[in-house]
Design a protein around this ligand. Sequence first.
Ligand SMILES: *[C@@H]1O[C@H](CO)[C@@H](O)[C@H](O)[C@H]1NC(C)=O
Ligand SMILES: *[C@@H]1O[C@H](CO)[C@@H](O)[C@H](O)[C@H]1NC(C)=O
Ligand SMILES: *[C@@H]1O[C@H](CO)[C@@H](O)[C@H](O)[C@H]1NC(C)=O
Ligand SMILES: *[C@@H]1O[C@H](CO)[C@@H](O)[C@H](O)[C@H]1NC(C)=O
Ligand SMILES: *[C@@H]1O[C@H](CO)[C@@H](O)[C@H](O)[C@H]1NC(C)=O
Ligand SMILES: *[C@@H]1O[C@H](CO)[C@@H](O)[C@H](O)[C@H]1NC(C)=O
Length: 397
Amino acid sequence: MPRPLPLLTLAISLVLLASTTTVNAHNITRILAKHPQFSTFNHYLTVTHLAAEINRRQTITVLALDNAAMSSLLSKQLSVYTLRNVLSLHVLVDYFGTRKLHQITNGTEVTATMFQATGSAPGASGYVNITDLNGGKVAFGAEDNDGKLDAVYVKSLEEIPYNISILQISQPLNSAEAEAPTAAPTLNVTAILSNQGCKAFSDLLIASGAHTTFEENVDGGLTVFCPTDPVINGFMPKYKNLTAPQKVSLLLYHGIPIYQSLQMLKTSNGIMNTLATNGANKYDFTVQNDGEVVTLETKVTTATITGTVKDEEPLVVYKINKVLLPRELFKAAPEKKAPAPKGEKEVADGPNADAPSDESNDQTADNDNGVHKMGGGRLAVVAPSFFFGVVMFFLFD
Ligand SMILES: *[C@@H]1O[C@H](CO)[C@@H](O)[C@H](O)[C@H]1NC(C)=O
Ligand SMILES: *[C@@H]1O[C@H](CO)[C@@H](O)[C@H](O)[C@H]1NC(C)=O
Ligand SMILES: *[C@@H]1O[C@H](CO)[C@@H](O)[C@H](O)[C@H]1NC(C)=O
Ligand SMILES: *[C@@H]1O[C@H](CO)[C@@H](O)[C@H](O)[C@H]1NC(C)=O
Ligand SMILES: *[C@@H]1O[C@H](CO)[C@@H](O)[C@H](O)[C@H]1NC(C)=O
Ligand SMILES: *[C@@H]1O[C@H](CO)[C@@H](O)[C@H](O)[C@H]1NC(C)=O
């Protein structure tokens, strides 16, 4: 049966290319690692997921705080979400090298920050005033700080014109708006899924109760692989054959408890544990990429990422073209000798090798008897796994 796979692959490549112009020109974590007196600042850029935002931006200035300045900020005991706002006020969405700081027209300027860019900053908050003072000093202050300029420029840590500039300032910038208590972001996984061609998957999550595990993992970082509606619909006869705990395991198999951008997936090929991973029940799969095309290989089937539904760290949701079948629940395909060339039909040995397969969900390897009976309800409670050192998020010590 001829299939237009090369074309499809090309189309997918183009889509992925178009949707991810995240060619990281810089890596703030790596740059700051060279400056141990900024280790706390660096740590919290990672914890608040701002590092990834900074790396994504082309033209940016980071107003860095050394460990002493950070400890005065941390003594305010802000929640991690509020701290994210405060730190994002220290990231200017424009390039200011040392020279430009001293050449500000009329000696004063107001510039937008990443806090302003989030849309959570009302009015003038989210802007920073930069003013050249006597004696070559440069002062910085948040706009919502009654005209008070709290901090002064100390030194330049790194300048890569006009991509990223990292400048040390003397004090944290005070801003009532940035420091206002912030609720955790409301990323509603099931709502996000149901709006984007993933309604069938979302409905299964809710019906099975698996959605709570997904929701519990969002804050610490979560990647969801959603088989699209036609794929799920084609899979329903097999799904219905699973016991309730097996259904939950299968659904949890579609989430990994860590945020993985497409770029990260492409550069970290290898075995991934999932939300279904639980001790001896590995429920893992292998991430592979061929150029821009990222595939997920279970021992039973290979799915391809066909699009991004949502990428808002700590949550990312991808569409995939097949249901991921874990070998813990479905019969494994025979051992592959070498990575199959792109577009090759997946092989299934035995009497069902020619079993009819539908277009949208071509899962030839799981034959009708493929559902392994897994000792009763042993899998009923599948705790979210915390592999990968996931929950750095709450490291408030
Ligand atoms: C700045 O970023 C652009 C785009 O990512 C990149 O091509 C260029 O090499 C970077 N410049 C430097 C000096 O690293
Ligand atoms: C940035 O550098 C850090 C430390 O070297 C590394 O762990 C991280 O994976 C890098 N991030 C990217 C997006 O390459
Ligand atoms: C600089 O000051 C002059 C005179 O006050 C004003 O006309 C001009 O608009 C100012 N330029 C900027 C960029 O603020
Ligand atoms: C920046 O703040 C200083 C001090 O409050 C003020 O004099 C100046 O006008 C401000 N600059 C701008 C562009 O608003
Ligand atoms: C998420 O959205 C769904 C559907 O819109 C809603 O029923 C559910 O209550 C929401 N969950 C949370 C935790 O807000
Ligand atoms: C469901 O299980 C029954 C009994 O084991 C089997 O006869 C049937 O073919 C299975 N259906 C599917 C779609 O796997």
